[in-house]
Design a protein around this ligand. Structure first.
Ligand code: Z15
Length: 831
């Protein structure tokens, strides 16, 4: 409370703010102070890890100041807030990012060096915050960076998992998972708010009573109460004082013990039940694009949503504004269907707790929420058994049935007697048992629904949600093409390229306005500039080659073409097709004479990515890649023209080393299956060309960078259904080149072929659902075009420069402005 502050304290605080000076000497003073006090270590005994911690704590002090000032100024201005609800935030490391965004890198870097440390070694001590699986979680992290950098008054809400995405190791070429206990040491990037808590209840029953006005009111009395504790993660903007917050909830048992149970001698069991509370936020579910219907996952979702909404509503109530103003003050974005229960929870708060009439409440709810869909894969669609929802959340289940009833009544009015349409639109799937279709609930409870790339947004309107377009019209559905933050994915991951760009453009303005990269176009034929461009790429390749040597033992030649596919392992992403084409290449090389091989472009084919622990086929793909690598890499008869590596434990900080080093990266999903993809943007921004299918954001990248600078192949999305039909009902002969490769595997060339038969069977008895055979021929042709193009190094460099120059559209700043203007109606609010 400001009014009650002692003026002495205020004046001290103001002095602090004025004296704030982040020069080298002040940094070093703070560094030493943190070593001796925060870390309680002696100055005679500082290793790299202590140096990291002391630097991190110095940056943390700075972040906290800016965080406080930002929150204070937002409270005063009280603008419309944006809330981004995401079950995943894949942040990666924070130190380097914070140093760059706060403009401290230079002074602190010198300070660290001066004390006898190498900044790279210090930065390398940090463990990744890996609270996400892949694209969806990383997108949330990029969006927070842009929200902060553009001065939006925004909050992220998520869960503070004790274990992030598992660590991947390889044993005999097989993936093995290890727990990611990332909080083993103190985490300087979070502010525990042990006083900010919310009680979240589960189970129990709903009682009805009639209030003084004769209205029937519902009271939900849970039989299980769990405490949500807030941990705040400050997110600094680039080139602004704005520092926003991601609030992550951690589950704790309520301290109130049931005395009766203890007296009855059930102490052990009572404590056991208390411990179950901590289970809720213990572990991130490791599936990407795949729904697993575990009860604990549903509990995570409600726990998170209930705590977050309570917080949001509490903040609104403090302003004293009437409920009708809620949608003018609050925009809530649902990152996929994971937070859909928030819609139901807000309706419950408004009707049951605040006493609003149903229709009035529902109007507020639908004007508050907007929903982003990230996939059309059927196995990823969330649906929860009605009995499970009714058991854990009895009142929510009632509300869902009521929402559905009123919704279907409106459908019925517009389309009388169309029972088929009612069944298709219903929030409830009429199976045994019934299921709640979360995407349907999210659409009905939101004012806008968006896809994440043009093709994807069109597909949702014509496939999975086409009946909703019939009812609502198509204006409810829109597109916001994904974006990536140029701060992390160019400035930070590729400092040499960043510096070169800054030098020729004469300023760092491109970091705030990525479209200004188009000024690079005029240097695409500049001899001197091209030389520098090549030098940067080459040094990034050397850096990656060293990383590969230390982490796989394989020696690769930095002069070879680096061909990279790194992403979650999934059948739809077709890493299988890639490794099959590697076998094809290997066999061709073996058939050549050594003179012929002299003219061949040397390739290093690099894979990386995690498979969900329960995804058997994906894990077999990893094994096949490693089996092929083993045979190819030790075969001296092919004169080093081909190397294959699988980089273990792909994550954000490994991506920062891999992405700047690519010549070609592969984004080769079956057309229509990859909603957007975002690593495609990162590679091209770093001057890597791409080999891709006509899918997701590849299409828009193609539009921006032009035909000459991209290698596209394969069947189009609108051909996929017919092709699948043909595989199912006709005898489609397998592509002959593919058949040869299959025969080669089956001959035992890459180890016991029986291991791989479930994988091979997906192509034959599995009807080749992802159309590898249909695309194989055009894939091989596109690969040949890549080889040919790479022979002309000078022209390749020109293409590389043009790629970077034309990527302005794919900044997450552009994406966030679109959300703010077209969906949230939110304005920046600078501190
Ligand atoms: C995920 O990472 C994505 C979609 C999902 O439905 C889930 Cl559960 C996880 C990815 C898409 O596969 C990818 O194409 C997209 O670029 C990314 O979300 C961000 O929109």
């Amino acid at each position: 409370d400001q009014a009650s502050l002692d003026p002495k304290i205020v004046s001290l605080w103001e002095k602090c703010a004025v004296n704030e000076n982040n020069d080298k000497e002040n940094f070093q003073r703070s560094f030493v102070r943190h070593v001796t006090t925060t870390l309680a270590r002696s100055v005679y005994n500082i290793d790299n890890f202590s140096a990291y911690q002391a630097t991190a704590h110095t940056v943390r002090d700075q972040l906290i100041k800016q965080w406080n000032e930002t929150q204070q100024s937002h409270t005063e201005a009280d603008p419309k807030r944006v809330y981004y609800l995401s079950l995943e935030f894949l942040l990666g490391r924070s130190l380097d990012n914070a140093l760059l965004n706060l403009g401290l890198k230079e002074n602190f870097g010198e300070g660290v060096k001066d004390l006898g440390f190498r900044m790279e070694d210090v930065l390398d001590e940090e463990v990744d915050a890996a609270l996400g699986n892949g694209g969806l979680g990383r997108l949330a992290a990029c969006y927070m960076d842009s929200l902060a950098s553009l001065d939006y008054p925004a909050w992220g809400y998520g869960l503070r998992y004790t274990y992030g995405i598992f660590q991947q190791r390889l044993n005999d070429g097989y993936q093995v998972e290890f727990p990611d206990y990332w909080l083993n040491f103190d985490n300087p990037w979070e502010l525990p708010r042990l006083d900010v808590t919310v009680d979240v209840q589960f189970g129990g029953s709903v009682n009805k009573y009639t209030d003084e006005d004769g209205r029937v009111r519902h009271v939900w009395e849970g039989n299980d109460v769990i405490k949500a504790v807030a941990y705040d993660v400050p997110i600094p903007g680039y080139g602004t004082k704005n520092c926003i917050n991601i609030r992550l909830w951690s589950s704790k048992p309520k301290r109130q013990f049931d005395l009766g149970r203890f007296n009855a001698g059930e102490y052990e069991q009572a404590v056991q039940e208390q411990m179950q509370a901590e289970n809720i936020t213990a572990v991130l579910y490791p599936n990407d694009n795949h729904m697993v219907g575990k009860e604990l996952r549903l509990k995570q979702q409600y726990f998170w949503v209930a705590a977050s909404l309570h917080d949001i509503v509490r903040r609104f109530i403090k302003t004293g504004k009437p409920w009708s103003k809620f949608p003018d003050q609050v925009a809530i974005q649902l990152n996929d269907t994971h937070p859909t229960l928030a819609i139901v929870e807000l309706q419950r708060i408004l009707v049951d707790l605040e006493g609003l009439k149903w229709d009035e409440a529902w109007d507020i709810v639908t004007r508050t929420f907007a929903f982003t869909n990230h996939t059309i894969l059927p196995e990823a669609m969330e649906k929860w058994p009605v009995p499970m929802v009714a058991y854990l959340l009895p009142r929510h289940m009632q509300i869902i049935f009521d929402v559905n009833l009123f919704f279907l009544q409106k459908v019925e009015k517009l389309f009388p007697d169309d029972r088929d349409l009612l069944a298709k639109l219903s929030i409830i799937e009429e199976a045994t048992p019934q299921f709640v279709r979360m995407a349907h609930l999210a659409i009905v409870g939101s004012h806008q629904v968006n896809g994440v790339a043009e093709l994807h947004s069109n597909l949702i309107k014509t496939t999975i949600f086409k009946d909703f377009v019939k009812f609502y019209g198509s204006e409810k559905f829109t597109n916001v093409t994904n974006g990536i933050t140029p701060r992390r994915w160019l400035h930070q991951a590729n400092p040499k390229l960043g510096d070169l760009i800054t030098e020729v453009l004469g300023s760092k303005n491109w970091l705030k306005d990525l479209s200004s990269l188009n000024q690079l176009e005029k240097f695409a034929d500049d001899k001197e500039f091209k030389k520098q461009w090549v030098t940067v790429k080459r040094s990034n390749k050397v850096r990656l080659a060293e990383y590969i040597k230390t982490h796989t033992g394989v020696v690769v030649n930095p002069n070879a073409l680096f061909d990279i596919q790194v992403k979650r392992i999934h059948e739809y992403k077709r890493q299988f097709m890639n490794i099959l084409s590697v076998i094809h290449r290997y066999n061709s090389l073996k058939k050549m004479s050594s003179e012929e091989r002299c003219d061949v472009v040397k390739r290093v084919i690099i894979f990386g990515g995690k498979a969900a622990p329960g995804y058997y086929i994906a894990k077999l793909v990893i094994k096949l890649i490693n089996s092929v690598a083993e045979v190819v890499n030790k075969d001296e008869s092919i004169d080093d023209t081909l190397k294959v590596v699988f980089i273990p434990d792909y994550n954000v900080s490994v991506a920062e080393i891999i992405i700047p080093a690519s010549d070609i990266s592969q984004h080769i999903s079956t057309a229509g299956t990859e909603a957007s993809g975002t690593s495609n943007m990162k590679f091209v921004l770093n001057g890597g060309l791409i080999l891709g299918t006509v899918d997701g954001a590849n299409i828009e990248i193609h539009e921006e960078i032009g035909d000459d600078n991209i290698f596209m192949f394969g069947n189009l999305a609108d051909q996929v259904e017919d092709l699948r039909h043909a595989h199912r009902y006709r005898n489609v002969p397998i592509d002959p080149a593919l058949q040869e490769v299959i025969n080669d595997i089956e001959s035992g060339h890459f180890g016991d072929s029986r291991i791989f038969s479930p994988l091979i069977n997906t192509l034959t008895i599995g009807k080749d659902y992802y159309l590898i055979s249909d695309d194989f021929g055009s894939y091989l042709s596109a690969q040949n075009l890549v080889d040919e193009a790479y022979k002309n190094q000078d022209d390749w460099t020109r293409k590389s420069i043009l790629c970077t120059a034309r990527m302005g559209k794919f900044s997450s700043d552009r994406a966030i402005k679109e959300y703010a203007n077209r969906i949230w109606n939110a304005k920046p609010c600078s501190t």
